[in-house]
Design a protein around this ligand. Structure first.
Ligand code: 5GP
Ligand code: ZN
Length: 114
């Protein structure tokens, strides 16, 4: 492993994953512990640790993640809606320190945080 990052290892093909989408900037794969019928991790192909590290130089990766989310949501049949979640840092409950967006859907979410 190049660094200790499990998502970098997935990007490098060192750890297998269930890929659903890939382009020049983005890799997306199914979460190993799904919290909804559809639970996909949308990950930039650059080691940006968390949302605090998004800046003008790397913002294209985040933009491309959201472009990918729109494509994946349609491909997964989520036209009725979905949620995108980013956990950032210790207080945000982030467990893998490589920026990622959870795309979750396929059921109606009764509980609202916000
Ligand atoms: P976080 O808690 O950082 O927001 O989310 C990390 C997510 O990565 C968790 O939902 C966890 O289930 C998922 N995850 C951790 N390790 C792996 C792995 O090796 N493969 C896959 N597909 N998902 C993983
Ligand atoms: Zn990484």
């Amino acid at each position: 492993m190049l660094n200790d990052c499990i998502f970098c290892a997935i990007l490098a093909g060192e750890i297998p994953s269930s890929k659903v989408y890939e382009d020049e900037y983005v890799f997306a794969f199914r979460d190993i512990n799904p919290q909804a019928p559809v639970h996909i991790l949308v990950v930039p192909k650059k080691h940006i640790p968390c949302a605090l590290d998004i800046d003008a130089d790397n913002a294209v990766y985040t933009a491309k993640c959201f472009e990918a989310i729109a494509k994946i949501a349609k491909a997964e049949g989520l036209e009725k809606g979905f949620r995108v979640v980013n956990n950032c840092g210790e207080d945000g409950g982030q467990s893998v320190m490589h920026l990622h967006f959870h795309l979750i859907g396929g059921r109606k979410f009764a509980e609202k945080i916000i």
